[in-house]
Ligand binder design. Structure first.
Ligand code: CA
Length: 344
């Protein structure tokens, strides 16, 4: 019995070695041997969850940009950091030439950096931002994202324009904007920045902002936001003058709650402005129908293209930004893809 188990372990070890040998013969970067004609690098992509509209745009852009230039191994973390850690181990074992990592939990990034560093694999974090110190702890790590404050500031500017253009949105005519806030996650730096800067920018633009209720943390999720908005409306119908959401997914949930009681219906006469971030297809459709006011465009395609260019450089042993127009921000380890406002 014991013998059998040892034998099984030995067979498994041989199989693992066999796999490693196979993948390193396909991809040259980590082995250091010269690359044969026509061979392409292997790019490992870890996604926090496939079921995220914005990230889907980024994924598609990465696949399109790397088509014919690299072999892609992509995995769905399904919103679970432990799952993503396992996927990382498998990719490292397979000997990918470069890792592109969309963390489930950005606070777990040090573990990813440590493993990548030990294996000598260049690592591009994107979308969900690890602490700068974590990125700096590995000379072959970089972050590609947005400037978290920008999306919020653009929402703030949009709020000012909306209420200037539509004084009737001030339902009680008190000159202040009574708003409700929908936040992505409690500890996500991007979410916190959007929540903070949207209101601060609107105030800097001259608006008086008054929040109704607590900040509604709805995990970027449409259905959670719909339920929270239903509860807010039950207690405050007629008092809410604006809905600010950290993303379009939650904004769409709020619109569903509003439409259930006759607000924000296409062609209807009762309307509360709702603004989001991402410019998802659903949001653009709602804006076109007039059931949503505005969003902020997070350019997933530009993000995907940047990740692909930087990954190819890293796989070829070049500097991350060699031959590109991208520049590092003042942290020295991050590239920022700009946002743009999107209104009807
Ligand atoms: Ca008011």
């Amino acid at each position: 019995m014991k013998m059998k188990r040892i034998l099984a372990a030995a067979v498994a070890a041989v199989m693992a070695l066999g796999l490693a040998a196979c993948s390193s013969s396909k991809s040259s970067g980590s082995s250091g041997s010269s690359e044969a004609e026509g061979e392409v690098p292997t790019v490992g992509v870890l996604i926090y969850k496939y079921d995220d509209t914005y990230i889907s745009t980024v994924r598609n852009a990465i696949e399109t940009a790397l088509d014919g230039k690299a072999e892609i191994i992509m995995q769905d973390g399904k919103g679970d950091q432990a799952t993503q850690n396992d996927q990382l181990d498998v990719m490292i074992e397979k000997g990918v030439d470069v890792l592109c990592v969309n963390m489930v939990d950005a606070k777990a990034a040090q573990g990813v950096v440590d493993k990548a560093k030990e294996a000598g694999i260049p690592t591009i974090f994107f979308n969900r931002e690890p602490d700068t110190d974590v990125i700096k702890s590995y000379e072959k790590a970089i972050f590609i994202g947005t400037n978290a404050a920008d999306a919020g500031k653009m929402q703030g500017d949009i709020i000012k324009d909306l209420f200037d253009t539509h004084p009737e949105y001030d339902l009680n005519g008190d000159g202040a904007i009574q708003y409700v806030m929908f936040q992505g996650e409690p500890d996500n730096p991007e979410a916190i920045a959007r929540t903070q800067y949207s209101v601060e920018q609107a105030e800097a633009d001259g608006c008086t902002m008054e929040r109704i209720g607590e900040i509604q943390v709805c995990n970027w999720d449409t259905e959670q936001a719909q339920r929270a908005m239903e509860a807010l409306l039950a207690a405050n119908e007629g008092k809410i003058e604006l809905v600010i959401a950290n993303n379009d997914g939650m904004a769409i949930g709020c619109i569903a709650a509003l439409s259930n009681i006759g607000y924000n219906v296409e062609g209807g006469d009762k309307f509360i402005p709702v603004i989001g971030v991402d410019a998802t297809d659903a949001a653009k459709e709602a804006i076109a129908k007039g059931t949503m006011s505005a969003t902020v465009l997070q350019d997933g395609e530009a993000m995907g293209n940047a990740i692909a260019s930087v990954a190819l450089n890293a796989a070829a042993g070049e500097d991350f930004l060699a031959g590109t127009d991208y520049t590092l921000d003042d942290t020295g380890v991050a590239v920022r893809i700009p946002y743009a406002p999107y209104t009807a």
